[in-house]
Design a protein around this ligand. Structure first.
Ligand code: COA
Length: 168
């Protein structure tokens, strides 16, 4: 049975592992190895994730985890970016556990949290050409808004983000 709950310190290593594996596999076809390495190092390290599971605010609501027993098989988190605006910052499922409804469950938990803080709309950035992420967000009602250059990318990285939004 898969349950979704707020992450705690016991889940730090599982979050690092799932995010690193899922991000690398998902991005290898459309981002440079240098960009992927930089992002993994910056975001998916134990020190940073430990801080992110222990320190929450309206701007970062903490990681949610999908657990099977003690094992982390998916994770995600978001925060408020405006009075009535939430953002999904991260969502990754163990690659061989996709399409079982786990991502939707985590997204629902994050959405409930943001609605509780007053969110009426929710945004997400997804890499252009991410053939796994885009159909998922569209299936969950997100609508494409605009294209931007990805976070701290340079032109050689070829990293373009698509901004999506839905009403919640
Ligand atoms: C995107 C991701 C988080 C989704 O999680 P998941 O557990 O696989 O998703 P779910 O099983 O809850 O839902 C999948 C939905 O997407 C839809 N979907 C998936 N692939 C699709 C495709 N190629 N075409 C149309 N719809 C598709 C499914 O139909 C399903 O919708 P439904 O429930 O209405 O039928 C997960 O696949 C993942 O980790 N991908 C790699 C990392 C990533 O891209 N993360 C997002 C970065 S911003």
């Amino acid at each position: 049975m898969v349950i979704v709950q707020m992450a705690n310190e016991r889940h730090v290593q599982g979050i690092v592992d799932v995010c690193t594996r899922a991000y690398r596999i998902t991005s290898q076809d459309f981002l440079t190895k240098e960009y992927i390495d930089r992002r993994c190092e910056e975001f998916f390290n134990e020190k940073r994730v430990h801080k992110e599971v222990t320190e929450h605010s309206p701007y970062w609501g903490g990681y949610f985890v999908a657990l099977e027993g003690a094992c982390v098989i998916g994770t995600g988190g978001g925060g408020m970016t405006g009075q009535e605006t939430g953002e999904l910052f991260v969502l990754y499922i163990e690659p061989d556990r996709r399409n079982e409804g786990i991502g939707s469950k985590i997204l629902q938990a994050i959405t409930e949290q943001q609605k509780g803080l007053g969110a009426k709309e929710q945004w997400v950035s997804v890499q252009k050409d991410n053939a796994l992420g885009i159909p998922f967000y569209e299936a969950r009602g997100f609508i494409f808004q605009k294209e931007t250059q990805s976070y701290e990318s340079n032109l050689e990285d070829n990293a373009i983000s698509l901004r999506y939004k839905r009403e919640i």
